[in-house]
Design a protein around this ligand. Structure first.
Ligand code: ASP
Ligand code: MG
Length: 428
């Protein structure tokens, strides 16, 4: 008998039918003799709808009230799920984040979990109940207010519960069969992975993969939680996300096969590029520029500085950042133009970023050559390049991104024989 934490995303509990399907799955797990703790998201697009409502009544809703409002989405789904389970003849009890002992810092809208004290959950489990917890929310002890963990935060709730309760596995259910070598909506030939290391998963998530929420993967890695990402629509094994020294419960077929060098390809259309043109090529200019950008609150990703033209002694510095941060960064830079002494600013929000991730890059050479050859054969121009120990990223025209991703995916031999099945459509 194991303790299993299961997380169901919004698309898995979008309506009464779906809630019944999920309830059946939970009850089946209970019938198999396991203790079950469930973290549940708000139904379908509830969170988006609540956000929209908030902005209809107030241009800038108060963060405290916004968390009050958004946290109600998960209260609806948790109560409905518990009722459904009752009607199937099983004992279930739902708990809000604060009842579940999900203690966070006071940062409304993006709170971090600082402690989990699941006293009431333990009691309920001891009494034989199935435990349902509202995802995405917590409670701050100092302000005594309800907080939310940021969009997609129910994954983190599930992982934090799994860590605090010392669960055997944290199953994260969505409408896709697991973690794929690429987003199946972009690359239909993407292949489901049986397992992936948490460090590879983190790189993929940080570079645009949306199947798991990055904070949840970080939390799992820090606390040694085994994640199993799988589909609500099938009972097939999904993908195990393995931290250091972790083993998947059942060795998969093809175990003898050598680990692939590349685990996956991620695409990201959410970034913009800013070029600071005609920067005097003297010490201290990059420091000045990025101090200004940092003060504007922007999160810089890639940076490229060109060789300066001998005739002018000036150079161009380009960097990428989230599209949403671009206008404030540009405003901040423009205000200091004469102090820094650059010539002008270019803003480009039509870029796409393609990343190839694989732990095998540490020990294999020629991995980047395959990427560049594939792009060259496809006639796709590269604008920026950056690498980490286990990742190569390139910036391209956004309109080239999907085609580039398909070409690169197949160049690394990742294409599967069959097209991936995407059941409902959001991947959450
Ligand atoms: N309901 C929240 C959201 O849509 C949390 C979640 O789904 O994980 O972001
Ligand atoms: Mg949601």
């Amino acid at each position: 008998m194991a303790l299993i934490v299961q997380k169901y995303g919004g698309s898995s509990v979008a309506d009464a039918e779906s809630i019944k399907r999920v309830a059946k799955r939970i009850v089946d797990t209970r019938r198999a003799g396991h203790d079950v703790v469930v973290a549940v998201s708000a139904m379908g697009d509830t969170t988006d709808e609540l956000l929209e409502l908030a902005h209809d009544v107030a241009p800038i809703p108060a963060p405290r009230e916004l968390d009050m409002l958004l946290s109600s989405g998960e209260r609806i789904s948790m109560a409905l799920l518990a009722m459904t389970i009752h009607s199937m003849g099983f004992e279930a009890r739902s708990f809000t984040g604060s009842q579940a002992g999900m203690i966070t810092d006071s940062h409304h809208g993006k709170a971090r979990i600082v402690d989990v004290t699941p006293v009431r959950l333990r009691e309920a489990l001891d009494e034989g109940a199935i435990v349902i917890v509202a995802g995405f929310q917590g409670f701050n002890r100092d302000t005594r207010d309800i907080t939310t963990l940021g969009r997609g935060g129910s994954d983190t709730t599930a992982v934090a519960l799994a860590a605090a309760l010392n669960a055997d596995v944290c199953e994260i259910y969505s409408d896709v069969d697991g973690i794929f070598t690429a987003d199946p909506r972009v690359i239909p030939r993407a292949r489901k992975l049986d397992r992936i290391s948490s460090e590879e998963m983190l790189e993929l998530a940080a570079n645009g993969a949306k199947v798991l929420y990055i904070r949840a993967v970080e939390y799992a890695r820090r606390h040694g939680v085994l994640i199993h990402a799988r589909s609500t629509f099938s009972s097939a094994e999904g993908t195990y996300v393995l931290g250091e020294g972790m083993q998947a419960p059942r060795p998969s077929e093809g175990e003898a096969m050598e680990e692939p060098i590349v685990a996956g390809v991620a695409t990201d259309l959410s970034q913009a590029k800013i070029t600071v043109a005609g920067v005097p090529d003297v010490p201290g200019k990059a420091a000045e520029i990025f101090k200004i950008v940092a003060k504007s609150g922007a999160n810089v990703d890639m940076i490229v500085q060109n060789v300066s033209a001998a005739s002018t002694g000036r150079t161009d510095i380009s960097f990428t950042l989230p599209k949403a941060d671009a206008s404030s960064a540009i405003k901040a830079l423009a205000a200091e133009q004469s102090d820094v002494g650059f010539e002008n600013l270019l803003h480009d929000d039509q870029i796409g970023k393609l990343s190839v991730v694989g732990a095998g890059m540490r020990t294999h050479s020629g991995v980047s050559a395959i990427l560049f050859e594939a792009l060259s054969a496809g006639g796709i121009n590269i604008e920026m390049i950056s690498t980490s120990e286990i990742r190569i990223s390139v910036v391209l025209r956004g309109s080239d991104l999907a085609e580039a991703a398909r070409t690169v995916h197949s160049a690394y031999g990742l294409d599967s024989e069959i097209e991936a099945i995407v059941h409902a459509g959001t991947g959450r």
